[in-house]
Every structure is written in structure tokens, then in C-alpha cells.
Design a binder for this molecule. Structure first.
Ligand code: CA
Length: 240
């Protein structure tokens, strides 16, 4: 695995240096930024694997940096560095798509553990999924079809198959609509097109319902409130 590159955005020089030194000692490449404007520039540059982002920053506050970064880089991992007691900021940050947060004062050990956990998740290549079971049926993502034991079939569009594959490949976490737009559709997000994701999910859900299963079936795709979607209990990968 290549050396991960981490951007540290923090205006308090002592904390910024302490964090950066600890990361370098752990083998990471580090870029430092002392304010929100420089931070956004560094965080948005190519090849960055993770961003540590203070919330109270001069020039542009951390939540603003996060929101602008999410528009240009919807999937770039961000850990917020927050002050004790600023719970509202933490919740807002998580809703805006931050991956995690640490509360000051934190130990280098705690921070590195959080960083490693996120990089383990984001730097591994997504497994190739071809066959997925849905209740008693089978989804063949290569042929883009759903087959039921009674011989019934449903065809999936290319986008529906790609959407499903992305959710199943990332099944351990909820995926935001913005991330789906960027990774499945390959387009930047202006906020309006997220309805397209909802419409595709609705169509997929209908196709993945066991025809004879009635109303109380386990869900194939779960809605995660205020965030996005997640592969549900009805889905299981059969091959990788
Ligand atoms: Ca600060």
C-alpha cells in the first residue's frame, strides 16, 4: 500500500505540529494548513487520502471548508478536530459528511487509531461483486438481471446494476446520495440531481422485492435518514 497522504488543517501551531509530527512518525506523508482558505486548497488537491479538519479556524471555518470540499470531493475522508462541548458542530459536521471526529484534547495514540480505521476502510480496493442473493432470488450483476426460483426475471438498467454493486461493495456503511452521484453517475453534485438517486433506488427496490413474498420482507436497500442509503439485510454477496 502506498504511503497515505494526510492534510492537517489547524490554526493552533502547537496542536498542528504535534499532530503532524505524530502522523509522520507513524509513516504518513503530511501537509499542514494554518487556516480555512489554505486548508480547503490543500484538502482539495489531488492525491490526498484523508483530511484532519479543525472547526474553529480563521478566514473560513471548518464546517464551511467541509461543505465546499464535499462539493468538489464527495468521498474524501474527513476527521473533525472539535472542542469539548461543541456537540452541535459535531452533529452538523457528521451530517455534512464528515467521517469521524475527535474531541480535544486527544492523545496522538487515539488520533492515529481513528486515522488508521478510516484508511483501512477507504484505501482497500472495493471487491468485485458479481452475484448477489436477494431473499430467495439471485442478482447477476454481469448480466444485469434478477432471477427468482419460480423462473421469474427482472432486468436491471446499467445504472441500477452499478448502484446496487456500489452499495453491496460498501455494505458496512451508509453511502450518501452525493457519493452515489459521484461514484455511480460520475458527476459532480449541485444538490438538485440527488432526486435522481431516490428515483433509481425506488425502482430498484420494486425489482428486488420477492414477487411472492408479501409485505413483510427484509429490505434490500435501507434508507439512512438525513444521509443516504445502505445495502439491507435481504442482500448477500455470493461471489467476489
Ligand atoms: Ca482552532
Amino acid at each position: 500500500m502506498p504511503k497515505a497522504r494526510i492534510v492537517v488543517v489547524e490554526d493552533e501551531a502547537a496542536i498542528r505540529r504535534g499532530v503532524s509530527d505524530a502522523l509522520r512518525l507513524s509513516g504518513y506523508e503530511v501537509a499542514e494548513a494554518p487556516d480555512g482558505v489554505a486548508g480547503l486548497r490543500e484538502a482539495g488537491s489531488a492525491g490526498v487520502d484523508l483530511v484532519l479538519l479543525d472547526i474553529m479556524l480563521p478566514k473560513k471555518d471548518g464546517l464551511e471548508v467541509l461543505s465546499e470540499l464535499r462539493r468538489s470531493n464527495p468521498t474524501r475522508p474527513v476527521i473533525l478536530l472539535t472542542a469539548r462541548g461543541s456537540e452541535d458542530d459535531r452533529v452538523r459536521g457528521l451530517k455534512m459528511g464528515a467521517d469521524d471526529y475527535v474531541v480535544k484534547p486527544f492523545s496522538a495514540k487515539e488520533l492515529i487509531a481513528r486515522v488508521e480505521a478510516i484508511l483501512r476502510r477507504t484505501m482497500k480496493p472495493a471487491a468485485e461483486v458479481c452475484l448477489v442473493s436477494v431473499g430467495p432470488g439471485t442478482i447477476d450483476l454481469g448480466r444485469r438481471e434478477v432471477r427468482w426460483p419460480d423462473g421469474g426475471r427482472a432486468d436491471l438498467s446499467e445504472t441500477e446494476a452499478a448502484l446496487l454493486k456500489y452499495l453491496v461493495s460498501n455494505r458496512e456503511r451508509a453511502v450518501s446520495r452525493e457519493e452515489l452521484l459521484s461514484r455511480v453517475w460520475g458527476i459532480g453534485t449541485a444538490g438538485l440531481e440527488t432526486r435522481a438517486v431516490d428515483m433509481h433506488v425506488a425502482r430498484l427496490r420494486a425489482k428486488l422485492k420477492t414477487p411472492t413474498g408479501g409485505d413483510n420482507q427484509p429490505e434490500a436497500i435501507v434508507t439512512v435518514r438525513a444521509h443516504g442509503y445502505m445495502a439491507g439485510p435481504a442482500l448477500a454477496s455470493l461471489s467476489s
